[in-house]
Design a protein around this ligand. Structure first.
Ligand SMILES: Cc1ncc(COP(=O)(O)O)c(C=O)c1O
Length: 373
């Protein structure tokens, strides 16, 4: 409950907000102002260096409002990913599109489905509208299409699927995604949150065609992960013209700033940088897995740029060994940030993102110390 709930007089926010806790990403407290950040699934390698070469050209334009929808950015996305630019809606991070979809399609009393260990922004955005977030249990650490379909009711308007999923890092197959869509009534929108698609491009490109062939599917993408532009807040959605018109009407007129649009154009065209990031990520994911094996830690083998790692359950005498909370704090004191998973219902796990090879080496030393090995 927030403080507003406890007030007996004075202005109150709308009903849905009175029942709600804010979504606060937990990054922990680092030992310095410049920690090794393995806590937010960012790219440790940063963005294409070509961006800084062109940014100065935008400086004389900073007094102008940006394009409402940057045609050159949509065209660059179209060219890179083989999508139709007129179906691309660029956004202030893909988060913006999650909130917009909820605001646009959910009335109070409606239902929207998200998955058990799914991205927590989904239930937050659903709740804000006064609609009911309905959780579909996972099968172990993987999304269960059967459980999602069983959760559908005549009040369901949206189904959110992150694939690969954050924070588990697992991915369901094309056949499963198609089975999910085939099982949904036509009035339900399937939201394909493809935030980590760049790490599995070949396996996930079918989504484009699914959007083009069905009116009730939307795909969400982001520049925050493999493209390394999280600070600029840039994402895009792939959707039909009607949905684009509705979302565009709901949001403010200028959501993508000029620097972000220009940077996105350069980033998406720099395939050499993208390949380097992917190669490094393959290497650092293997380093993460090796570390877990070496230290005897159970982990879920992720397919994106992070790993879910399990630690000992809490015990009154500490006999089970270092807990996730202890390890996260100990790493933070060594200037390494990882993500606690208690808000996701996984109190004994930490989510660790890949960084550079040097950062993985530092993590190895930090973990060894934290685990007392
Ligand atoms: C599954 C998923 N969807 C969406 C996002 C939001 O990305 P953006 O930075 O584009 O808002 C994230 C970020 O962590 C994510 O993990």
């Amino acid at each position: 409950m927030t403080d507003t709930n406890r007030r007996s007089s004075g202005p109150l926010p709308k009903q849905a907000l009175q029942q709600m806790d804010p979504y606060v990403p937990q990054f922990g407290v680092p030992a310095s102002e410049n920690p090794i950040r393995l806590s937010a699934n960012e790219s440790g390698l940063g963005p294409s260096p070509k961006i800084s070469e062109v940014l100065a050209t935008e400086m004389p334009n900073l007094h102008h409002y940006p394009e409402q929808q940057d045609g050159k950015l949509a065209a660059a996305i179209g060219e890179r990913y083989g999508v139709k630019p007129e179906m691309v809606l660029t956004s202030n991070g893909s988060d913006e599109l999650i909130y917009l979809l909820c605001q646009t399609y959910l009335d109070s009393g409606d239902e929207a489905i998200y998955t058990q260990y799914g991205f927590l922004v989904f239930p937050h955005a659903i709740r804000l509208t006064g609609a009911l977030p309905v959780q579909a249990a996972d099968d172990g650490y993987t999304v269960s299409v059967d459980n999602i379909l069983a959760a559908v009711s005549d009040k369901t308007k949206l189904v959110f699927l992150a694939n690969p999923n954050n924070p588990t890092g697992t991915m369901i197959s094309e056949a499963e995604v198609r089975r999910l869509h085939a099982g949904l009534p036509s009035h339900v929108i399937l939201v394909l949150d493809w935030a980590y698609a760049e790490y599995q491009e070949a396996a996930l490109s079918y989504a484009t065609q699914m959007v083009e062939q069905n009116d009730n599917i939307v795909m969400l993408r982001t520049f925050s992960k493999m493209h390394g532009l999280a600070a600029l807040r840039l994402g895009w959605g792939y959707m039909n013209a009607e949905m684009m018109g509705l979302l565009g009407a709901v949001r403010g007129p200028f959501s993508v700033n000029g620097i972000a649009a220009l940077s996105g154009r350069v980033a998406v065209a720099d395939t050499e940088w993208q390949q380097m990031v992917l190669d490094e990520n393959t290497r650092t994911m293997a380093m993460l897995a090796d570390m877990c094996e070496t230290f005897g830690l159970a982990y879920i083998s992720g397919v994106a740029n992070f790993m879910l790692v399990h630690f000992a359950a809490d015990s009154s005498d500490g006999a089970n060994g270092p807990t996730a909370g202890f390890v996260a704090q100990s790493l933070a004191s060594q200037n390494i940030m990882v993500r606690g998973m208690a808000p996701y219902g996984l109190p004994n796990s930490l989510r660790i993102s890949t960084g550079t090879v040097a950062q993985m080496d530092a993590l190895y030393v930090g973990l060894r110390h934290s685990l007392g090995k």
